[in-house]
Ligand binder design. Structure first.
Ligand SMILES: [Zn+2]
Length: 320
């Protein structure tokens, strides 16, 4: 297995302001968690408008353009602070994730992890919120379908916050399965078990909310007992991870208790799902994670899981 690690230092130019938890130092913390010489060399690119439009409305793309150019400190759509470089950085984050999709779908890498800022999973088609400008992972799913001939995509989201934007974008789309474990009640207030999709998407949204203080038993349990059986029917051709590490113990923005070993085990379970149904194709995208030393350690554990061989995965997830 070869794991591609994509990280674009331009992401440090997105500055939500002093004291903000989604800070440029998160990038350095994540990089410290990588094995030596882990970074994959790749041509950096910014997503073009047509790629952003795979998930976002033309009006919203114009709004971001206009407000960042005008020097707004926060998008008018919600709680997302921006600076003068935020548009370039947000487009680069999407571009990096799309490059990872190309690498994995062309079998140049077995799987990939993208260290990107800002996060994306709260951004809806027409609204930036929750520190997110563009929905990196949602655009990756649509791009894989449009450009790489992938039909069915799983997005698994273990961030402590519900990925309301991702859910919203695919709520009526049965070709993208959205699975989320998250703290509830908590920001942004969505992600109830009765939110299961609509129309052609009915049954391809699966929410597993848990109280503050939940950890391995609840979250790994949900992945094993809810997600694994659901994938037997859905059979994804690409697995995407919204890898938020604010579900780790001691995060300032969450109250879950996941350990670094838990992140390795969650990762291995998803590697197994990808191996079984998707020829191993898996792209993981950084979302939250606001304790800097915790982020470093969780990234180390996550990449360790991505680099697992099938043999080391197998004993752990006998369920599939
Ligand atoms: Zn989060």
């Amino acid at each position: 297995m070869t794991t591609a690690i994509l990280a674009d230092p331009v992401s440090k130019l997105h500055d939500p302001g002093q004291g903000h938890p989604e800070q440029p130092a998160r990038f350095d913390a994540a990089i410290r968690g990588l094995p030596p010489d882990a970074l994959t060399s790749f041509a950096r690119r910014e997503a073009v408008r047509a790629e952003l439009a795979l998930c976002h409305t033309a009006d919203y793309i114009r709004l971001v353009d206009r407000e960042v150019s005008a020097g707004y400190l926060q998008l008018s759509t919600g709680d997302t602070q921006v600076g003068p470089d935020s548009l370039e950085v947000a487009r680069s984050a999407v571009g990096t994730v799309l490059t990872a999709v190309d690498l994995v779908c062309s079998a140049e890498a077995s799987n990939a992890f993208c260290v990107v800022r800002p996060p994306g999973h709260h951004a809806t088609a027409n609204r930036g919120m929750g520190f997110c400008i563009f929905n990196n992972i949602a655009i990756a799913a649509r791009y894989a379908q449009a450009r790489q001939g992938i039909q069915r995509v799983l997005i698994a989201d273990w961030d402590v916050h519900h990925g309301n934007g991702t859910q919203d974008i695919f709520y009526e789309d049965g070709s993208v399965f959205f699975f989320s474990t998250h703290q509830s009640p908590w920001y942004p207030g969505t992600g109830h078990p009765f939110e299961t999709g609509a129309g052609p998407g009915l049954g391809t949204t699966l929410n597993c909310p848990f109280r503050a203080g939940s950890g391995r038993k609840e979250i790994l349990g949900a992945f094993e007992q809810k997600l694994v059986p659901a994938m037997e029917e859905f059979r994804p051709e690409l697995v995407l991870i919204s890898a938020g590490f604010d579900s780790r113990i001691n995060d300032p923005l969450g109250n879950f208790l996941l350990s670094d070993q838990d992140f390795t085990d969650l990762t291995r379970l998803l590697v197994l799902i990808a191996t079984k149904y998707a020829s191993g194709r898996l792209v993981s995208v950084l979302e939250g994670g606001y304790n800097l030393s915790g982020l470093e350690q969780a990234v180390r554990a996550h990449v360790n899981g991505l680099e697992s061989t099938l043999e080391t995965c197998r004993p752990m997830t006998h369920a599939i």
